[in-house]
Structure formats: structure tokens, C-alpha cells
Design a protein around this ligand. Sequence first.
Ligand code: BTN
Length: 250
Amino acid sequence: MLMYGSFLQDCFTKVNIIKYNKVTSTMDVAWKLLTEGLHKWTIIVAEEQYKGRGRHGRTWASPKGGLWMSLIVDRNVIKEVPLNMYPLIAPLAVISSIDKIYNIKTHIRWPNDIVFKGKKIGGILIETSFKGNNIEGAIIGIGINTNITNLPIPEADSLLRITGKKIENSRLMELIFNELVNLINKSHRDIKEKYKARLETLGKNVRIITTDKRIIEDKVVDIGDNGEIILEKNREKIDYFSVIKLTYMT
Ligand code: BTN
């Protein structure tokens, strides 16, 4: 069933792609454009970021070679494709694009890390802005270690190191956007199933630090409709925005 077909087709054909050599963060540029009243979907992409950021203000190393992009989702798009869909569809779009270009099977470490054999090769940052209860817009930042050889930390890896393959970042970026549009046209149930099938966190014992400073240790037994993890004890739900850190317990 085509749920959002024509609207998003329209967005897709009119998508703006704005390229930069070097920026602080593509998130900063995207927010500036969004507040200036940009409409429909726009992608900001930069070869290098000197203040790249990850979730909860962490630094995101963004040297030349990687794919650093932000997708502007203004409130008109959110009316059609609600906010709770993005934590599910964004990582799925990334892993299915990686499947296609590199032919390797990456997984999602909840909420949004893209991992291969336990090492992080990409991340997704979803930022939102509200006026009162009304959503103003969201920015989906995607960072992927594509053509990089020097990794900042031992827990990270790159697709070039894993596969030996150097790719055109613009090709990967377009594929991700395409996959995103394809996914939006799928039923919510399908999306959730696809997400669960690639979620390595499912069934794991985890330790979570929440934004309200709680430390929870529990087993992840399911995924909620909005991509929340559901924990074994009391079937408590934890969503994307309220987790600072999640680690696996051995
Ligand atoms: C994370 O895993 O913490 C999310 C990392 C998101 C990084 C991307 S790179 C493009 C965009 N610009 C940024 O400064 N951050 C995101």
C-alpha cells in the first residue's frame, strides 16, 4: 500500500542537495536553513566537519573521506511522516544502502549505531525543535565512516578498512535518501519487523543511563511501535531521546 507516495515523490523530485567543503557541523547549517524557513526536504553534505557532533553533545570525528550529511525535515513533512518513524527508518535506510553498495551485513546497535562485527562504522543523530507543543522541524544527521583509514577510537571501524572498497559518497547519500523514501511507503509493521531483524541489541542484557540520570540493567525483549526498547522487567519502554548511553553487559 502506498501511504505517502505522491507527497514524498514530490519531495524527492524537489530535494535540494547543498554541498560544502568544510563546516562546523552539517547540523548547524541545516538548523540555520530550517529556521530561515526552508521548505520540504533538503540535504546538507560536507567533506569535512571541524565540530561534528554525536548524540548528547559527544564529539564526532569527521575527517575528509567520510559521508557527513544532514537531512532537513520541516514540519510539513512531519505532518505526513511523523517524528516517531525516523529512529526506525533512518538506520534501516543506512544499513540497506550499505548492503547494496558494499555487500556486507551491518547491524543496528540501539538506538542508532551502525555496527559491523562489534565496531561502530556509522551513527545517526536526530535533533528536534519545538515551539510549545508544536514541532518546528527535525534534522537527521548521518555520519558514515566510508573512505577513512585513520579511526579516532579502537571501537570504530570504516567501510574502506572492512571491504577495501572506495566509493563515491554522493552515490551512498542518494541511495540512503532513496531507501528512506521506499521505507516510508511500507507499512509500519513491515518497518518494525525489518528493524528488529537487524537489531543486534534484541535479546541482550544492557546497562542504560537515562537523561533523568537513572541507571537501568535489564534484558531487551522487544521493540515498541516508535522504536523504543522494551525491557523484561515490567515491560518498561525506553525511547531514543531519553537514553544517554547503552552498553552491553556480559
Ligand atoms: C552518534 O552516533 O552519536 C551520532 C553521530 C552523527 C554524526 C553525524 S555526521 C553528520 C551530522 N553532523 C554532525 O555534526 N553530526 C551528524
